[in-house]
Design a protein around this ligand. Structure first.
Ligand code: SDX
Length: 394
């Protein structure tokens, strides 16, 4: 358009990539991991199996699952000196700030097995990250609470171990509730991967230069923290607290439709889904299970969420814009019912998404066809012009 920079109509930014891991059909509301529908994995599989599936492309045999789980269990501890990294933060630091810092610091503790182009090295890095991130997340919580770090117990399942590290204390016995652990494991599955979302694209782009994998995963956590991405589950709870009563819902719906008002309905809408996010329906069902288990079915915020969803789904604006509840709409209610502070919601999303991040990083480095191209741009700046010395400027 400037004469210099005519844009070839065929020019497209090379920011897309190929991947064989996750398939999404936004119009039909479909989500498949390696071809398996999310509904079947959520109700019939577990997070360990799904992590193996995302990385290796097939569901594990019994022996492969046993070996995978054994490897994960034997990487749950952090290097003892990493406690000092936690202690370098203010007690009030947001858990995501701590997770990003500690995960990035892993690149200073693990020097062996970092040849990103060696598949065996990549596999150990993947196991180490899937194993350690729950410990990092739980310790970030304990650090906030001013409680002692709780070490992982390898006899427990993955979700039970996380609950143990979160809620155990040296003062009294604690056994994870199996119903809640199963619900948490299902939520991990639902958050495990989601194609080329902002945080996964960040990991892939960072990893495409061959950068240290721990630093790459830390960059994905940074992107996920945004309130329009993984930070939305925390924002949903704050929104429900602000609504406070079902009678105020119409006012918030009105604000969400008002272009002059920056307010958006948190937990609604999606860049790809123009139908119900299949994960939202499963999380709503899981919400019922958790609240029933805890005798909290009359949870006021759950009631507000159900009524908000009902009204929005009948509203012409939301119907026209194809805005439906997404994965973040109900998850925060479950986490709060489990006793987790809102500051930990995105940390749990990051914990669960680690399997997808490492699987996508592993795939991207395994095959040049899957490498993310160096993204280009459509230039919209000034045409070429001569430099103006300072004493001649206005
Ligand atoms: C996640 O990419 C992924 O896969 C992400 C994720 C994953 O698993 O990794 O699925 C996780 O990030 C889920 C999304 C969580 N974010 C939120 O819930 C925050 C609230 N939602 C939005 O801010 C919004 O919906 C986005 C950012 C998610 C998508 O924004 P887009 O791309 O603008 O959505 P769109 O193009 O479909 O919007 C269509 C219209 C726009 O209005 P117009 O410009 O056409 O006038 O709908 C409006 C938007 O302004 N709109 C909303 C809205 N979301 C979109 N209006 C009110 N409330 C909303 N939530």
């Amino acid at each position: 358009s400037h004469g210099y920079f005519t844009h070839d109509p065929g020019f497209t930014a090379t920011s897309s990539c190929t991947s064989a891991i996750t398939y999404i059909d936004g119009d039909e509301g479909l989500l498949y991991y390696r071809g398996y529908p999310i509904e079947e994995l959520a109700y019939q599989s577990d997070y360990m199996e799904v992590s193996y599936l995302l990385i290796h492309g097939e569901l594990p045999t019994a022996e492969q699952k046993r070996a995978f789980e054994t490897s994960i269990r034997h990487h749950t501890l952090l290097h003892d000196q990493m406690e000092n990294v936690f202690r370098g933060f203010r007690r009030s630091a947001h858990p995501m700030a701590v997770m990003i810092g500690v995960t990035g610091a892993m690149s200073a503790f693990y020097h062996k097995g970092l040849d990103n182009f060696d598949p065996q090295h990549r596999e150990i890095v993947a196991h180490r990250l899937i194993a350690k991130i729950p410990t990092v997340a739980a310790w970030a919580y304990k650090f906030n609470e001013g409680q002692p770090f709780v070490y992982p117990q390898n006899r427990l399942s993955y979700a039970e171990n996380f609950m143990h590290m979160m809620f155990s204390s040296p003062c009294e016995p604690y056994e994870p509730n199996p119903v809640l652990a199963r619900a948490l494991d299902r939520i991990f599955i639902l958050h495990a991967d989601h194609e080329q979302n902002a945080s996964t694209s960040t990991v892939r782009l960072a990893g495409s230069s061959g950068a240290n994998p721990y630093a790459c995963i830390a960059s994905g956590m940074a992107s996920l923290w945004g309130p329009l991405h993984g930070g939305a589950n925390e924002a949903v709870l704050k929104m429900l607290e602000e609504i406070d009563d079902v009678s105020k819902i119409p006012g918030f719906i009105k604000r969400a439709k008002d272009k002059s008002d920056p307010f958006r309905l948190m937990g609604f809408g999606h860049r790809i889904y123009k139908n119900m996010d299949p994960r939202a329906a499963i999380i709503r069902q899981t919400c019922y299970e958790v609240l029933d288990e805890l005798g909290l079915r009359d949870d006021p915020q759950f009631k507000i969420a159900l009524e908000l969803e009902r009204i929005a789904l009948e509203d012409d604006y939301f119907i026209a814009k194809k805005l439906y509840p997404n994965v973040d709409f109900y998850s925060g209610i479950i986490f709060r019912a489990m006793g987790l502070p809102t500051s930990m919601f995105t940390a749990i999303f990051a914990l669960a998404r680690t399997a997808g991040w490492v699987a996508q990083w592993h795939e991207m480095l395994s095959d040049p066809a899957h490498k993310i191209g160096r993204p280009r741009q459509l230039y919209t700046g000034s045409a070429r012009r001569e430099f103006v010395p300072l004493d001649q400027r206005g």
